[in-house]
Design a protein around this ligand. Structure first.
Ligand SMILES: Cc1cc2nc3c(=O)[nH]c(=O)nc-3n(C[C@H](O)[C@H](O)[C@H](O)COP(=O)(O)OP(=O)(O)OC[C@H]3O[C@@H](n4cnc5c(N)ncnc54)[C@H](O)[C@@H]3O)c2cc1C
Length: 502
């Protein structure tokens, strides 16, 4: 093993929404920073049918298998590369609702309170929206959280046909469609490579090593600090040394790294005296519902339309249900290709059409519902195999959202019969391999028996170890997690800057 002769101030492991943002925040401080990512640089995927076919061949699945509760292997849909999962995301960058930070009664239980509130995150959400160039419009969304400032860029217009027509029809039904906040730059969707890593690398105090998979964290003999970060860089094994170590591998892989690094002082995994590392995995319930059109659309338009009228419930259901957004043109939709049953369902309704025609005659809607933290939903090792044990909860709320939305779509179709061809709405739920919205395996809090990280996202038990990705979430909310991961990285960045100032 090669022992690197540098002593870094900070090592950041992972360059996704968390790690990529944090290095951007710390770069101007002059701190000596090493960034390690197991993946390499990747092209931003273009958005043609060819990619839909590529996604079906699982290009953006990890080159490794995990196992489910029954021990069956699956290939997770998660991206290893500079930018992590932000390389394949849609760039819908939403703040959690103000009430999401409070304890909320759901039909299946309580979504726990965060010890930091919407007001604590607000300045960092504003900073995050600037950094990721979020385009949006306040005022239309009935669940809009407090904004100190408006979005830094104006909203992206809907595709005139069919999304603008649908938006108008929804408003006629007394719903409140709104423009989804979207991160968009010169090169298309912003991601943590172009908003984070690339500008950080302009500073000579920042070094990035790609194809650098971190395998173990080593502590000092007392277990109070991480002393060494062991990684396989290309074909060589290295040991890197640093004052501060930040794990930002994504919720599942961060927990896996801590568990795998167990030693005499941390026999159940690093920082796992509470037994909470890997537990309370959440990944939201995601379903897609399809509407069939009478004529073709481009298949290439962005996600722009959101509906939150049922976020907190409905007239006959007093519990939160969730968030709805259009899928964007289906030729652009990575997750769509994760729902093969839906293609067979559409095919059976339009038997004479090929893949491209099916996709361009369809509009997809994504429905997402908060899942509740459950200690039995967890990541752990069985032998050397990573196992993801996850049972869906809060499903009635999600089903209600789906059926309520199908009713709305039927009304839209009745109001605009020339646009739609058939009153059929195939639906598909996401398999275990879709871990896009993974969160919560190392939650933060002030009680070391119930949480892994303190409120600065520093491990309760290890003085120089931080976890700065989606792991810290105590609850998942029903909006996509990306902007909260980014805002939190900026917040922890401020804390680290203060820590180095002493
Ligand atoms: C298809 C898709 C669409 C999505 N769309 C949206 C959206 O529109 N809006 C939204 O808010 N969210 C979206 N998400 C979710 C969003 O991408 C994630 O919430 C976010 O990227 C999480 O950031 P992270 O830092 O936790 O982890 P990641 O972004 O997953 O980054 C983890 C990084 O760690 C690296 N890594 C892992 N293990 C190791 C190791 N052992 N050693 C070294 N490096 C390691 C990986 O290569 C990766 O770069 C989407 C996700 C997917 C998959």
């Amino acid at each position: 093993m090669i022992i690197d002769d540098q002593l870094y101030d900070v090592i950041i492991i992972g360059t996704g929404a968390g790690g990529g943002t944090l290095v951007r925040k710390l770069a101007p401080t002059g701190l000596k920073i090493l960034v390690l990512d197991r993946g390499d640089f990747q092209e931003k995927e273009s958005s043609e049918l060819v990619d839909l076919e590529v996604f079906k061949r699982e290009q953006y699945h990890a080159p490794e298998s995990w196992t489910d509760e029954a021990g069956e292997p699956f290939y997770p849909q998660t991206n290893y590369g500079v930018g992590g999962n932000t390389k394949t995301w849609y760039g819908v960058l939403m703040r959690m609702r103000d009430r999401d930070f409070e304890a909320v009664q759901h039909q299946n239980g309580i979504s726990p309170e965060w010890e930091l509130k919407a007001a604590d995150f607000e300045p960092y959400y504003t900073e995050a929206e600037k950094l990721y160039q979020v385009h949006g419009k306040t005022g239309d969304d009935p669940t809009e959280p407090s904004h100190r400032e408006d979005y830094p860029f104006p909203e992206i217009a809907h595709e005139p046909f069919p999304i603008q027509s649908i938006s108008e029809t929804l408003a006629e039904q007394n719903l409140h469609p709104f423009y989804l906040p979207l991160g968009l730059g010169d090169q298309g969707r912003t991601d943590s490579e172009d908003s984070g890593v690339t500008p950080a690398l302009k500073y000579e105090n920042v070094t990035l090593k790609t194809s650098a998979q971190v395998l173990w964290l080593h502590t000092n003999p007392s277990g109070s600090e991480i002393k060494g970060v062991q990684a396989k860089v290309g074909d060589q094994y290295y040991l890197f040394l640093s004052h501060i170590v930040v794990v930002a591998c994504g919720a599942i892989n961060s927990a896996a790294l801590l568990l795998k690094s167990a030693n005499e002082k941390h026999p159940n995994g690093i920082a796992n005296g509470s037994g909470m590392v890997g537990r309370n995995l959440m990944k939201q319930q995601l379903s897609v519902v399809v509407q069939l059109m009478a004529s073709q659309n481009s298949g290439l338009f962005p996600r722009t339309l959101g509906v939150n009228d049922f976020y907190w419930g409905d007239k006959d259901f007093a519990y939160p249900m969730g968030h709805i957004q259009n899928s964007g043109g289906i030729l652009r939709d990575v997750l769509f290709s994760e729902a093969p049953p839906i293609f067979s369902a559409i095919k059976s309704l339009l038997p004479n059409f090929g893949l491209r025609q099916l996709a361009t005659r369809s509009i997809g809607w994504w429905l997402q519902t908060e899942d509740l933290p459950d200690p039995d939903n967890r990541v752990r090792f069985v032998g050397d195999k990573l196992r993801v044990e996850y049972k869906v909860n809060n499903f009635e709320a999600h089903d209600r959202l789906v059926y309520r939305w199908i009713d709305v779509l039927k009304n839209v179709e009745a109001a605009r019969p020339s646009i739609f061809s058939r009153n059929a709405h195939p639906r598909s739920d996401m398999p275990i391999s879709v871990v896009a919205h993974q969160a919560g395996t190392c939650r933060f809090g002030s009680d070391p028996t119930q949480s892994v990280l303190n409120l600065n996202c520093r491990a309760h038990e290890v003085n120089n170890l931080y976890v700065v990705d989606s792991s810290f979430f105590p609850s998942s909310s029903s909006v996509s997690p990306g902007l909260t991961v980014i805002a939190n990285a900026l917040r922890v960045g401020d804390h680290l800057i203060q820590r180095f100032k002493g």
